[in-house]
Design a protein around this ligand. Sequence first.
Ligand code: PLP
Length: 393
Amino acid sequence: KYPLSDRINAIQPSPTLAVSQKAAELRAAGHDVIGLGVGEPDFDTPEFVKVAAKAAIDAGHTKYTAVDGIPELKQAIIAKLQRDNQLSYAANEILVSAGGKHSIFNLLSVWLNPGDEVIIPAPYWVSYPDMTRLVGATPVIVSAGFEQNYKINAAQLAAAITPKTKLLFLNSPSNPTGVAYSAAELAELAEVLRAHPQVLVATDDMYEHILWSQESFHNIAMVAPDLKDRIVVLSGVSKAYAMTGWRIGYAAGPAPLIAAMKKMQSQTTSNPTSISQYAATAALNGDQSCIGEMVQAFKARHDYLVDAVNQIPGMKCIAGDGTFYCFANVEGLMQAKHCDSDVALCELILTEAKVALVPGSAFGAPGHCRFSFATDLDTLKAAVSRISEFARA
Ligand code: PLP
């Protein structure tokens, strides 16, 4: 009765949401389920950010704004990119959107035609392949497993590029693996890209600040400044400032691309929420120590969890550099429990141990599970003890 478009039929609903839904159903049925599926900080938005939002309402900033964002926020983003990344951008090279996801979708919408290929290193953030399909382009998945720390190398990138390749996604530190590319690794990828001028790079820096590696944060534009006119930096305030619900993301890149993305936004969503834009301005311009406090907590949980997961029979994981995710290889446990997929194992862990994890196949990495440690240490310990008991049974 309602024959839907080919476009929407080509994609799947977000699998991370599917797990939360199943967990919610069990909870509604009276079960005590520990959810380690979520992808958002458990911390509250910093107080000074909320104050700025309330002040914006009181000042009457409740109307349409410029489509590409208020000038104050664009300036705050420009200052951030200079301060943290030593990258210089002009106002016409910045677009503010309704979350990082929206920024990415705007870029894909204006850059890709049907038949174009997009290189997506796996494990990948769940939305890259489906957003690519939504605009009619073809995801080309390049897999990097446990033994290579879940990072693709130059040879793999070179082998994946064809004359149809128009975009490469990089996400470091990565959701779901938590690993970050070093400057040297990025330099090797950049060297491959120099030979292929038709390829644009989308660097998704959403977890830039949630990082504890020895090496400070680098993206490919910082490592290969000569490629800056082929790189779009994508980021936002969602994770660093515990602002997932405010929906502010941004893109920084070549002016013609940003202008096209602005045009797309002007005919779809118009400006992101005015009040959120003032809040994000405060977050970016304000005291950044709020991030350090959250990162310290995430690091302590990470250290606990990596050690604990490696003691669960049939699970193994590597230490991450940042984010609030731990990505475990669970092939051993799948075998022990006669599960033919990570999805089946996650379902078993949910129904028997009452812990919600996200199956690795959602991220293009079958045989894995993602733990989110955006929850307090006591809850994590309880989850680990339940899964250990399940694994040993
Ligand atoms: N990029 C990555 C790697 C993410 O993990 C997320 C959120 O989970 C996003 C982008 C999107 O962030 P936002 O909530 O601002 O749309």
